[in-house]
Design a protein around this ligand. Structure first.
Ligand code: NAP
Length: 274
């Protein structure tokens, strides 16, 4: 099949499903795949096929990209909480009449024995916490930690893929001096993280055994998480149930406008039937 006959598929990445779809499509001569990443992590995992990094510049920027790259269809496989990108992709697809499908994996559901306290925002969750929840295990990544920063009365164990950057809000608020060069910026940034925030750097999947060991070792009293769904990060919920630890659960935003499926396999099926 020559290049003109291959269909260019844009996958908006980040999720496990995005990697799986790229791998499955790349093995077919019918498709040419490009996965797009926001660029939040310094060393992203490489997908099958091509990839690009960085924002498009809103819906209009993405619409231009769709036209210039002759994109045949978009699969939005961003994380369920990446709301802005999903909305932007929906608008850009409408502007260009490009078919779009959103992956919307099922949310985690409360089971018998779970002690979940559910909130819509990080700010509400931060307000709710009390001394009995300290130390709390914050598994929300690094970018929204600032919602908890005023809780200097509590201690937090934060898990993120990589250390907060100087530009992250959690560091910004604590900026104390005018740095002179890049190396001193980084040095200061490390030094000015709030003292009640301890960090561990790790990327899922996380096993039940590892989560239990960590939660027991750190004497965790509450777990704060987004309801991301999926298997990679759910073991902590099983440990919380067993150890009777409360889970402060941030609920999902509403589901995307437009067509959704739950799995990578359903997305491939959709594409094959376009
Ligand atoms: P967001 O708030 O929805 O997006 C903010 C902006 O970042 C978008 O408007 C877009 O910029 C750019 N962007 C986001 N995803 C992109 C992608 N896949 N390719 C190119 N540009 C992208 O997103 P977020 O919550 O910051 O998440 C950023 C990325 O991390 C997403 O791709 C998501 O899959 C992944 N992630 C997010 C979470 C989470 O909890 N939010 C968790 C795990 C992984 P322009 O407007 O300039 O196009």
């Amino acid at each position: 099949m020559n290049a003109k006959m291959t269909k260019n598929i844009l996958i908006l990445g980040g999720s496990t499903e995005a990697f799986s779809i790229a791998e499955q499509l790349q093995s077919s001569p019918k498709y040419s795949v490009i996965t797009s990443f926001a660029g939040r992590t310094s060393i992203p995992r490489k997908p099958a096929g091509n990839y690009r990094t960085g924002g498009f510049g809103g819906p209009e920027g993405l619409a231009n990209y769709i036209k210039s790259e002759n994109i045949y269809a978009i699969i939005d496989a961003t994380h369920p909480f990446a709301r802005k990108m999903t909305e932007s992709a929906f608008k850009a697809a409408n502007l260009t009449n490009c078919p779009i499908l959103h992956i919307w994996r099922p949310a985690w559901r409360k089971q018998q024995g779970d002690n979940w306290i559910e909130f819509e925002t990080m700010e509400e969750a931060a307000k709710y916490l009390n001394k009995n929840h300290s130390p709390a295990f914050l598994t929300i990544g690094r970018l929204e930690l600032n919602a908890f920063q005023h809780r200097t009365d509590l201690s937090f164990l934060c898990r993120a893929i990589e250390p907060p950057k100087f530009t992250d809000p959690i560091k910004h608020i604590n900026k104390i001096q005018k740095p002179t060069d890049q190396s001193s910026i980084e040095k200061q940034a490390v030094e000015i993280l709030p003292e009640n925030f301890n960090f561990i750097y790790a990327k899922g999947p996380f096993t039940y055994i590892d989560e239990k060991q960590l939660i027991e070792k750190e004497n965790i009293k509450a777990i704060i998480t987004k309801n991301s769904g999926g298997q990679k990060a759910r073991a902590k919920l099983d440990v919380a149930r067993e150890l009777n630890i409360p889970v402060i659960m941030i609920n999902r935003p509403t589901s995307p406008k437009g067509q959704t499926v739950e799995t990578a396999e359903e997305a491939i099926h959709w594409l094959e039937n376009l």
